[in-house]
Design a protein around this ligand. Structure first.
Ligand code: MET
Length: 386
């Protein structure tokens, strides 16, 4: 069945990446676990291996699993469809995806990156450490344009931001970036709630480990972008080998089918929990985009994460939950709680954490699919005992 733009998002989420299954005579997506493929026509393969190395996607045999995998390619085409992108390139993790974006940009001669905090702690660390040979200038959202230089290759933002859930006006940022590509980490919103390319961004990054997979059992990353940028990413992927495993590709494609249902159900519970937290005496502040009065407004709802500041010892709240799982990560079917200053943002310098609103009292909850009253019973009891 061929999808058209007339099909709704939910329909495309179910059917994307599967248009040839009827012709193949199968119902579930085949998983190709081959690491190598027969290469009888050596001269022909020599030309094709050069194409793969340049970041192209020649048809025919993948030759070797580091160059191409058909199961992963299905996930890539489905995610590109949902983000409204020309292409998508998948990686072994979200950080491998971020690394490829930086390496591809630097390889094109642009080593300077402008970035807006907060970002996920791992992204902050990768940029701040200069580990990949890039140089970062941290900017306020309204100060991005002033920091762009001739050697700036990328502007990096995350909205809603990890872990404070700060929302950014992506259209205004994209305008300020001019010719420089704006990369938006869309992990928290997912294409269900926000499609940054429609707002003028050029590159969308996901930790696919989170909502796209949705069940806490698959690690991956993916970048949706134009074909030119995708070529650079594939070139890096072929050279460095940070490929997504085909079984992960299968699970991520399966996850996309239920993404709209999962995200909207979790969002409804997150909104309710944010309201109840706001009225709890042990809660000093709630950070939830759906409760903010003055929002840039591109996300459809408040999302499935809630951050809040405890009036007391945040560590004791984490230790007291029973139904909710104390763990990093997000976007799973079960609800997770974690202390960003200790875990997800530990690799950010303490002074930068504090300046970014990632204090000792801040907790982040990723709301899952449990009954909201059961979640509130657990969370409010943990707050009461802390
Ligand atoms: C090692 S910390 C990692 C995980 C994930 N990116 C999160 O924000 O929870």
């Amino acid at each position: 069945m061929n999808l058209t733009p007339a099909h709704s998002f939910a329909t495309r989420a179910v059917h994307a990446g599967r248009d040839d299954l009827g012709d193949l005579g199968v119902h579930a997506v085949p998983i190709d676990l081959s690491t190598t493929y027969p290469a009888v026509d050596c001269a022909g393969e020599a030309a094709r291996i050069e194409e793969f190395a340049s970041g192209a996607q020649p048809s025919g045999s993948p030759i070797y699993a580091r160059l191409h995998n058909p199961t992963v390619a299905r996930f890539e085409s489905a995610l590109a469809e949902l983000e409204g992108a020309e292409a998508a390139v998948a990686f072994a993790s979200g950080m491998a995806a971020m690394s490829a974006c930086l390496l591809a940009t630097a390889a094109a001669g642009k080593r300077h990156v402008v970035a807006v905090r907060p970002l996920y702690g791992g992204s902050d660390h990768l940029l701040g450490s200069g580990l990949l040979g890039t140089e970062v200038t941290w900017a306020e959202p309204k100060g991005v344009a002033a920091e762009i230089r001739p050697d700036t290759g990328l502007v990096v933002v995350e909205s809603p931001a990890n872990p404070t859930l700060t929302e950014l006006d992506l259209a205004a940022l994209a305008a300020d970036c001019g010719e420089v590509p704006l990369l938006v980490d869309n992990t928290f919103a997912t294409p269900v709630l926000q499609r940054p390319l429609e707002r003028g961004a050029s590159v969308v990054l996901h930790s696919a480990t989170k909502f796209l997979g949705g069940h806490g059992d698959v690690l991956g990353g993916v970048v949706a972008c134009g074909e030119d940028f995708a070529r650079g990413l594939r070139q890096v992927r072929v050279a460095t080998g940070g490929v997504l495993h085909p079984l992960a590709g299968y699970l991520l494609l399966r996850g996309l089918a239920t993404l709209p249902v999962r995200v909207r159900a979790a969002q409804a519970s997150a909104h309710e929990l944010a309201l109840r937290l706001s009225a709890h005496p042990k809660v000093a502040a709630v950070h939830y985009p759906g409760l903010a009065v003055d929002r840039p407004g591109q996300m459809d709802g408040g999302g499935a994460l809630v951050a809040f500041e405890v009036d007391g010892d945040a560590h004791k709240v984490v230790a007291a939950v029973e139904l909710i799982t104390p763990a990093v990560s997000l976007g799973s079917v079960d609800t997770l709680i974690q202390h960003p200053a200790s875990l997800t943002h530990r690799v950010v310098q303490a002074s930068d954490r504090e300046a970014g609103g990632i204090g000792e009292n801040l907790l982040r909850v990723s709301v899952g699919l449990e009954d909201v009253d059961d979640l509130w019973a657990d969370l409010s009891r943990a707050l009461d005992t802390a």
